[in-house]
Structures are given as structure tokens and as C-alpha cells.
Design a protein around this ligand. Structure first.
Ligand SMILES: Nc1nc2c(ncn2[C@@H]2O[C@H](COP(=O)(O)OP(=O)(O)OP(=O)(O)O)[C@@H](O)[C@H]2O)c(=O)[nH]1
Length: 307
């Protein structure tokens, strides 16, 4: 026997909102025109302390990333931080101006190269009417990777970031960074064991200060930092491996054992030799396969302080 279904008769949307607590607007007494509104953040008084930074963070926005590896240009999502210092006599910043400027750049297709970001930060300093401004942007950077024997390719990615600071008297400070993943095979395990050696996935985190004359039209820092990471590892990580490839990377790792300390020293040596790198920080975090904890090592070095 067929059941007879009766359709619910819902109240109108307005009635439904009232049912769940919406009320009529109250009397309006405060100005609605911008020029008549108090501007609290622009109050001038002695506010006791200068601020190191005031701004916005965790701003997600579409960006275009140029690359020397394939794909040569990729659309992705950047996570931005924008800030400036403010003086003791200013109550607050004009927060709308950070995202207002972001939208101006979006209208032209926001390409996150060093030249564009430097221009962005200088304009932001002017827009905020402060003596400095800074931004950082983090994004996943994709690159094509071929298997070592069969040449089968797929996409790998690393976390990349750029930090730009501009001061109206001191100029720019630009830092770039990359977190890449590698295989490391334990030298101690190889030495003491009758067979095999434990290995792990290592994370190499690099941040470098760029030389003011760094020319991104000649060198892509992302590719260089990735190569410094991967070329010093026990083996590279691949998206696609067939059996002949797997045999190659397994044997290569066994032939190139690395402690976490070896990794940071070898990567630092490569960075030391690069003219466009003035200062660097290298950290390696190995997700140990024979422990629940990670092994870590790091180096910070400033070439500008050398005698
Ligand atoms: N300074 C400051 N603003 C905040 C904060 N949190 C939110 N805001 C918001 O920032 C917005 C105002 O931005 P402003 O840039 O000062 O706006 P405006 O004065 O209309 O903009 P201009 O014409 O550029 O000066 C308001 O919506 C504030 O509520 C905060 O902690 N500090």
C-alpha cells in the first residue's frame, strides 16, 4: 500500500528568523557617514609603549608563483602576515589598509616574486604612514620530479616562504625559506648491523637572508634551496617509483648514510658557497623510524660577521 506523504508548510524566511530570535533594528543615534565617525585608532596621546608589530596574520589569498622548474607558473594560495611598528604616541594602526592594498595587487594577478613583494611593502609603508612595514607569505611550491631509472614523473612539493621588511631609512631586508623532505639512512645502524639500516623521512628547513643585489631573473632561490637539501641527502623523495627505480633509491641511500648533524653541515656548506646568501639558518628534523621522537640539529651562520 502506498504511503501518503504530506509536505511541511514552512513559515516565510522572515517569520522563521523571528521564530529563532531576530528582532527589528533599534533606534539609530550614531553617524553613518565615514567623515562624521570618530577615528579612535588615529588618536594621538602618550600610549606608554612603542609597538614592535601591529597588523594582520593568517590572511589567505590567491597568488601566482613563478618557477624555473616545471610547472613554470602555478596558481596557489598564500598565507600572509602584514605588520608595521607604531610609535608610542599612536593609539592604533589602520588595519583595513593591509587588505585594501592586497586587493589592489590581486586585480593585477598577484605574482609573488621578490621584485613585486619589495614594491608592495614600500607602498604599504607609505599607505600606513609609518616608518616601516613588513610582510611574509607562505605557500606550497610544486615541482615535477622524475623517477631515477624509468623517468616516470609526478608532482612533489615543498613549503616555501618569503619575508620582506622595509624601513624608510635603512631600506630592505629580504629573507626566503624552504622546508623540503628527504630520506636519511642512519650511519650508525649501517655500521653496527649485519644487514640493513634504519632510515627515516627527514625535514630540512632553510631560511636565508638574500644579498641586496640578488637577481631573481638569473637564479630561482626555490630551486637552489631544494637542490642544497636534496643533493646532500641519503636519497631524494619521489612521487612515482617502479621496481628498478626503487632498487636505485634504496641502494643510493645505503651508499650515502647521513646523521641529522651531517645533513645540517652539508647543506650549510652549499649555502656558504652561494654568493647571494648572506646569512643562513638550517635545521633538520628526522622523523625517526625506530623511535616515537624526532632527532634534530641546526646551524645559524652570518657571513657578514666574518673578519
Ligand atoms: N587598530 C585596530 N583596528 C582594528 C582592530 N581590530 C579590528 N580593527 C578594525 O579595523 C577597521 C578600521 O580600519 P581603518 O583602516 O582604521 O579604517 P578607516 O579609518 O575607515 O580607513 P582609512 O580611511 O584608510 O583611515 C575597523 O573595522 C576596526 O574594527 C584592532 O585591534 N586594532
Amino acid at each position: 500500500m502506498n504511503e501518503i506523504k504530506t509536505k511541511k508548510q514552512l513559515p516565510s524566511k522572515e517569520e522563521r528568523h523571528k521564530l529563532f530570535g531576530s528582532v527589528e533594528p533599534g533606534p539609530r543615534t550614531k553617524p553613518e557617514e565615514k567623515s562624521k565617525m570618530p577615528d579612535l585608532q588615529n588618536t594621538k596621546k602618550d600610549f606608554l609603549f612603542e609597538l614592535d608589530a601591529v597588523g594582520v596574520q593568517n590572511v589567505k589569498h590567491p597568488i601566482v608563483v613563478p618557477s624555473t622548474l616545471n610547472p613554470k607558473e602555478q596558481s596557489t594560495i598564500g598565507n600572509f602576515y602584514f605588520a608595521s611598528t607604531i610609535s608610542q604616541d599612536s593609539k592604533g594602526t589602520n588595519m583595513s589598509r593591509f587588505t585594501e592594498q592586497l586587493n589592489v595587487y590581486h586585480a593585477n594577478g598577484f605574482k609573488v616574486d621578490i621584485k613585486t613583494l619589495k614594491q608592495f611593502v614600500k607602498e604599504l609603508q607609505g599607505r600606513l604612514k609609518q616608518k616601516d612595514a613588513e610582510l611574509s607569505v607562505e605557500f606550497p611550491w610544486f615541482f615535477e620530479r622524475e623517477a631515477p631509472y624509468t623517468g616516470k614523473s609526478g608532482m612533489n612539493h615543498a613549503e616555501a616562504w618569503i619575508k620582506v621588511n622595509y624601513h624608510h631609512e635603512n631600506g630592505y631586508d629580504v629573507k626566503v625559506g624552504l622546508k623540503g623532505k628527504i630520506t636519511t639512512l642512519c650511519p650508525c645502524s649501517k655500521e653496527i648491523s649485519e644487514y640493513s639500516a634504519h632510515n627515516q623521512r627527514g625535514n630540512v628547513i632553510i631560511e636565508v637572508t638574500l644579498d641586496p643585489d640578488y637577481d631573481e631573473t638569473n637564479i630561482d632561490w626555490k630551486e637552489v634551496l631544494l637542490e642544497a637539501t636534496e643533493s646532500n641527502a641519503s636519497a631524494r623523495i619521489h612521487p612515482v617509483l617502479k621496481r628498478p627505480d626503487e632498487k636505485m633509491v634504496t641502494e643510493q641511500a645505503y651508499e650515502n648514510p647521513r646523521f641529522v648533524e651531517d645533513m645540517v653541515r652539508l647543506v650549510s656548506s652549499d649555502l656558504y658557497e652561494l654568493d647571494f646568501v648572506k646569512q643562513f639558518h638550517v635545521k633538520c628534523v628526522n622523523e625517526e623510524s625506530i623511535h616515537l621522537h624526532d632527532a634534530i640539529a641546526s646551524i645559524t651562520y652570518d657571513k657578514r660577521k666574518e673578519k
